[in-house]
Structures are given as C-alpha cells and as structure tokens.
Write a protein that binds this ligand. Structure first.
Ligand SMILES: Nc1ncnc2c1ncn2[C@@H]1O[C@H](COP(=O)(O)OP(=O)(O)OP(=O)(O)O)[C@@H](O)[C@H]1O
Length: 208
C-alpha cells in the first residue's frame, strides 16, 4: 500500500508543486497522467524518496518514508520499491544477469540467479543474459528494467513513462508485463505517463 498526503516540493521559488493525495492498495494499479512538464517524474521521485518533499508524507505499508534518515530511506527503497526509470540506468561494465542480481546485492539479499533467469524467460530476453546491456535494443532494455524492478519482490513498483517510445504492440506488451509481474508478487503498481493510450487500460487514474 502506498499513500501520500499533502506532498509539496520546489526546485526553487519559481518552480513549486503541490501534488494531489494518492492511494494505491496492494495488488492494485494506479495511472498518473499528465502532459510534459507537469511534474510526473518529480512526483514519482518523491514517491520513492529519491527527492525529499518540502512537506507532506509518503507512507508505504506502515512506514512514513519522510521520517527516515537518508541511509534508512536508501535501505528501505532497495528492499521494498522497484523502479522502472524513464531512461534505463544500468552498470555498463556488467552483464544483463549481473545487473539483475545487483538489485539483490543492493538490498542486502542473497543473489537469486534462478529468479533472474526465470524472469528473463518470462520477459523474453533469456538469450541475452551474458551480453552487456548496451548491446540490447531499447525494448529489450525496458524489459530488463522491469525484471530488475521485481528482483526483490517489492511491495511497490513505480514506472516512469514505460511506454512513451514504444509502438502499440510493444506498449500492450509492456503494460501486460508490468501488471502480470506486480500481480504475481502482490505489489502496488504506479505508472506515470503522458501516454494517452494507457488511460483505458487502468481503472484507477488521476491527472496531474
Ligand atoms: N533539477 C531541476 N531543477 C529545476 N527545475 C526542474 C528540475 N527538474 C525538473 N524541473 C522542472 O520541473 C518541471 C517538472 O519536471 P518533470 O521532469 O517532473 O516533468 P514531467 O511531467 O515528468 O515531464 P516529461 O513528461 O517531459 O518527462 C519542469 O518544468 C522541469 O523543467
């Protein structure tokens, strides 16, 4: 479960945000729609406490992230939150497999290569595990990002514009993968996007 209350943030006096309260129960999905520049990435980064709000709270299950220290927040995030970034961030010197198990390492969990291979099979990049991530197509990298986001069976999956550069067929595929994976592990799924194609796929949605 993720719930926010009265979240505000500013990059400076000229760029201030007051975000609507959101609630997403376990196993549910929430779509946050907004045009370019309305603050979607900023909001998603606040949900993960990658940015610290000026005021307000972000509660995941029983924990108010805004009450944690920076070190506690990083540890909590690594264990409980899976993030699919707008642009995938990988360690370029590592293989696809090692990028996946790195998520376990960062969460202080045993490296689960069996799960990594299972996910790669389900998401259709099983043949690429020994390659470096830059040797994969953009769509393949996106699927690796989704796999990495679920490697620690997180309580919350946050996805930033996961379909913006994809054609209709791959958009359907990526949305299905995100929903299947989050349902499989019982996580809450929150997607921020300007992609109007997604608005009919998600029952719960808010507009920024
Ligand atoms: N580090 C920063 N410093 C100052 N302003 C910023 C910073 N990051 C973002 N902004 C501004 O805040 C606003 C919201 O940015 P954000 O990236 O959250 O929007 P977005 O809705 O995700 O946009 P897009 O759909 O184009 O990715 C924009 O006007 C942007 O220029």
């Amino acid at each position: 479960m993720l719930a926010t209350k009265q979240l505000t943030f500013e990059y400076g006096p000229a760029k201030q945000f007051a975000f609507p309260d959101v609630y997403c129960a376990n196993r549910e999905a929430l779509l946050i729609l907004g045009r370019s520049g309305t603050g979607k990435t900023t909001f998603l980064h606040l949900l993960a406490l990658l940015l610290r709000p000026k005021s307000g709270s972000v509660v995941i299950d029983q924990t108010d992230l805004t009450k944690l220290s920076a070190a506690e927040t990083a540890a909590f995030r690594a264990k409980h939150v899976g993030i699919v970034y707008q642009k995938p961030h990988f360690v370029s010197s590592l293989s696809v497999l090692d990028n996946l198990v790195l998520a376990n390492y960062l969460a202080n969990k045993p490296q689960d290569k069996t799960l990594a291979r299972d996910l790669a099979g389900q998401l259709g990049f099983g043949d690429h595990m020994a390659k470096k991530t830059h040797q994969l197509s953009q769509g393949e990298q996106q699927r690796v990002s989704i796999a990495r986001a679920v490697m620690n069976q997180p309580d919350i999956i946050l996805a930033d514009e996961p379909t913006s550069s994809l054609d209709d067929e791959n958009t359907d595929r990526v949305v299905k993968l995100l929903r299947d994976q989050s349902e499989r592990i019982g996580a809450s799924l929150i997607v921020v996007t300007h992609d109007q194609r997604l608005k009919d796929v998600f029952q719960n949605r808010i507009v920024l």
